[in-house]
Each structure stands twice: as structure tokens, then as C-alpha cells.
Design a protein around this ligand. Sequence first.
Ligand code: COA
Length: 365
Amino acid sequence: MVEIIKGLQDVIALETHISYIDGENGILRYRGIDINDLVNLPYDSVSYLLLKGSLPDVTELATFSKKLKDERVINENLIQAIRTCNFNIEAMDALRTVVSHMSHCDPDLNDNSHDANIRKSTKLISRFPTIVASFSRIKNGYEPLMPDTNLSHGANFLYMLNGEKPEKTVTEIMEKDFILIAEHELNASTFSTRITASTLSDLYSAIISGLGTLKGPLHGGARMAVMNMLDEVDSSDDAEQYVMDLIENHQKIMGFGHRVYKTYDPRSNIYKGLAKKLAEEKSDTTLYEIAERIENTVIRELVEKRNKPIYPNADFYSGVIYKYLGLHPKLATSVFAIGRVSGWIAHCLEQYSDNKLIRPRARSV
Ligand code: COA
């Protein structure tokens, strides 16, 4: 009898060159480079690193960035597809639908050669922000904006969303958010993209699998849940009681706990510093103080008193940041996807390059 490991917890399913996590010591590296160093680069550099295996030199970065910028525009068919959405849905649901539409008009759709997959990758990475921003603008009664090729990936997204060029700190934080969530080894959505790629289905289908998996509240959907949770707490004094009530009722605190990290998630520490910076710049620290009180209460009650490794994960302080940035909670998971798509693509390329159909067994009972 083979032992069945529920949720495939700690099962090593494949080898990867793309990232490394040490969950006991809170270490994360993409292609051998620590996340604390990567976070200071432009998103385009990190995206290049994930896709191609090493950081670009100045010329390689300029060429790569230009290709991404040139592909940002979405055509009228895609805008029409967005207009037909039910606007009560999350932007994530619209993104999934529009990526599917995008695939219909791509002549490379069923070409799984490396060159065709790189062409598709450029379109996917470039257009995710355009799709999400266009959905948000149409939903709010505005016309979608043309992308601005003078702006970075993060700045252009915020510009297309809000109609004005973002300030320096806000731009930096958006870029850093995309970098911090760009890649995370064999998380559920990345695994699902690799499963789809392993059937030799096309890259768009693999990415759509990832989008569907990321949406769940135990995964990327936690970011929206954190934002909704923060809306329920009025002050840092209320925060403590709010957490105590959740624990008393055996409910999970969203944005806490992780399958792999048994200590602080290194991304969470970076997000916390960025949230503090934003709060101080906006001279409005109430939300940050509420979040810190939630964290302190969880650490005291679950880590210190009950000896459970429930630390803030990447979705907790990023949820705080999204609130300071004025993002609607229903945008949150799609903004996560804008960053993560580079990691998904890197994994699909790795899967295609040395493929074996992923097909485990179930015990019939
Ligand atoms: N709040 C309170 N308790 C939590 C918790 C949380 N956020 N996360 C885990 N726990 C507790 C569980 O209740 C369980 O306790 P028990 O052993 O007494 O029953 C224990 O920790 C193990 O939790 P489990 O859900 O089985 O661990 P997992 O490895 O399957 O799940 C997550 C990992 C991320 C799904 C889980 O921590 C979670 O649901 N977190 C909240 C959602 C979230 O933030 N997701 C984003 C992940 S990056």
C-alpha cells in the first residue's frame, strides 16, 4: 500500500531551476538570486531572469522592455469582450475570459515551438495589465486608455487604471509587488499550469488553468479576503478582539499561514516595510496600525501560546498596500496575476523543454 499524502504536502513532484524556497529559514530565491536583492530591480529584469535564466545586461534589458511595451495594446475585439462582461464579477474572472479570447486571434495558438511560446509570452506579460485596467475603467464608466510606452510595467498599469501618472513611491511599490509575487516554486497555480503544459496543450490554456487556480481564497484570492477583513476592523483596539473572535470560532485569519514557510515569509517582511513607508508618506497610519495589531495578536495567540507556525504570508501586507493604493478588492487577485504570469510562463517553458505527462494515480475505494 502506497501512503497517500493529503494535499501532496511536502511531496517533491519535479525538479526546477527557476526558484528555491527554504521554508524553515524563510529564504526565497529566483534563479539563485535572493528576493531581497531582486526586489530592487525593475520588473522587466526579473521577468527576463525568470524566462531566460540569467539577468539581462543593459542592451538585453532595453530590447526585452521594448518588446513588452510594443505589445501592450489590446485590439477592439478584446475591448468588446470586456464590454460584454457582467461587472459584478472580479477582474480575475474577466482576465480569464479575455485571455481565452486573446488566444483565438493568435496565429501561434497551437504552435508549441520555443520561438512561438516566447512570442506568446511577450503578449501575455504585456497585456495582463491592459486587460485588468480596461476592465476596471469600463466597469467604472470610463473609456479604456492607451498604454504609455514611456512608463514602466508598474507605472503604466497604474496610469491605465487611474488615468494619471503615478507618483514615484507608488510606482516603485507597484513594481516591487509584481516582483515579489512573480514566482513561487510549485504553488497550486503554477502546478496547474505545468499539468496543462504537460499534456502538450498550448501556453494560453496553461495560463488559463493558472488563473482559475490562483483565484481560490486559500491561494491568490487571500489578498482580496485580507482587504475585506481590513474593512471590518475600525481601529487597532478592535483588531485584537476581531482576531480573538476568529480564533475562538476556529476560523482562519486570512493572509496568515503557509504550506511551506514555517517562519516569516521573506516577502511578507518586505511588504510590511513598504506598507509602513506608504502609510507614513500618506500621513495616514491607521490602517497600518490595525494590520500590525492583527499580526501581533496572531503571533501571540497562535505562534507563542499554541506553538503553530502561523505567520503573515505574502497576501497580508500586500492587501494593506492595495488598500493604500486605492485598489478595489475585486481587482486584487488579478493584480497578483499580473506579477505571477512571468513565473507561470517560466515553468511552462521548463515543462515543455523536458516533458513528461503529469498523471498521478488515485486509490479506488
Ligand atoms: N489562521 C488560523 N489558523 C490557521 C491558519 C490561519 N490563517 N492557517 C493554518 N491554520 C491552522 C489550521 O487551522 C490548522 O490547525 P489544526 O492543526 O489545529 O487543525 C493548521 O494551522 C494547519 O492548517 P492547514 O490549513 O491544514 O495547513 P495547509 O498547509 O493545508 O494550508 C494555507 C496552508 C495557506 C492554505 C492556510 O494556512 C490558510 O488557509 N491560510 C489562510 C489563507 C491564506 O492566507 N492563503 C494564502 C496562502 S499564501
